[in-house]
Write a new protein. Structure first.
Length: 309
């Protein structure tokens, strides 16, 4: 074992810790000589659990403090949900590995086991995501879509107490926490296209940290990176983050990639979507090309991003 531990930084929720454990297991299996440690770091999103995401200042409110710790050398790598990363990379940092993706679809969790179609008119659905809210409103205008914050367990507890009839969130988190029995329905991508990078985990390192690159390489899954690269390229071109209802999902088959993406008005009354195919070696270009099509068809007019302050 090395005397100096390799420190993985993460948020402190049960899900974030489980995700870090999954990647640490991959790295430890290939590097038994290295001692791994986990350090939890509170982010802006953790410090303000009651505030809606569009009310938090700036961007990167799930990751900024982790990136600061990386740049300061306090941790060797940070584990992120790829969907939480801003579209623009931080200078001096790189995503050294993108691990194999879990199921990227969103799910409905309801108190009485109702599917989305079976929920009664006026039912209250909680979600923290503008993308999910727009998709729900587009599919069921008669439902009350209301903001909800907190980790997975907190959201389920609020629903069980009667604050909500159902909640909508990423299925990957429930699977990783062993809570799949709470899922009432896996929402098809035709109803709710996933967020860019949803279900994928990334290891971020300092660009000049040679050992961190070598360790992170054990977690890399190239097809997932290729898919996520295309999805995030859409986000980059649209200059969007967690504040805009942007969805993108790519599938990889051999050397080919198929991408679907959309952007919606927050009230769900207007959606601009499209598809594009191309080579996996040109994943970023495929994403950029599709984003250009969305812009040409009016995606820039659908909604403006709320003012960052």
């Amino acid at each position: 074992m090395t005397e100096t531990p390799f420190v993985l930084g993460t948020r402190g929720s049960a899900l974030a810790l489980r995700q870090t454990e999954l990647l640490m297991e991959l790295c430890r299996a290939a590097h038994p000589e290295i001692t791994f440690r986990v350090r939890t770091i509170r982010t802006a999103a953790d410090r303000h659990p009651g505030r809606a995401l569009d009310q938090l200042p700036g961007v990167g409110f799930f990751v900024k403090e982790l990136e600061t710790a990386l740049l300061a050398g306090e941790i060797d790598a940070a584990v992120h949900s790829m969907k939480d990363l801003p579209s623009q990379e931080t200078r001096g940092l790189s995503i050294a590995a993108v691990a194999e993706r879990e199921d990227p679809r969103d799910v409905l969790v309801s108190r009485r086991g109702f599917t989305l179609a079976a929920l009664p008119s006026g039912a209250r659905i909680g979600t923290s995501s503008p993308r999910r809210a727009a998709a729900l409103r587009a599919h069921r205008q008669d439902l009350m879509v209301v903001p909800i914050r907190g980790n997975v367990e907190t959201r389920i507890r609020k629903m069980d107490k009667g604050e909500f009839d159902a909640i909508c969130l990423a299925g990957a988190g429930l699977l990783r926490l062993g809570l799949q029995s709470r899922i009432s329905e896996w929402l098809p991508v035709e109803i709710m296209l996933p967020a860019p990078g949803q279900g994928a985990l990334g290891m971020q390192v300092r660009t000049d940290h040679v050992l961190a690159w070598r360790v992170a390489a054990e977690a890399e899954h190239l097809p997932t990176r290729q898919a996520v690269t295309a999805e995030r390229a859409v986000l980059t071109r649209l200059a969007a983050g967690c504040r805009l209802p942007v969805a993108a999902f790519a599938t990889v088959a051999g050397e080919r990639l198929a991408l679907r993406a959309s952007v919606a008005a927050s009230d769900g009354t207007r959606v601009v979507g499209g598809t594009r195919e191309g080579l996996t070696s040109e994943a970023a270009q495929v994403g950029m090309s599709l984003a250009e099509e969305l812009l040409a068809r009016g995606a820039d007019l659908v909604d403006t991003v709320p003012q960052v302050h």
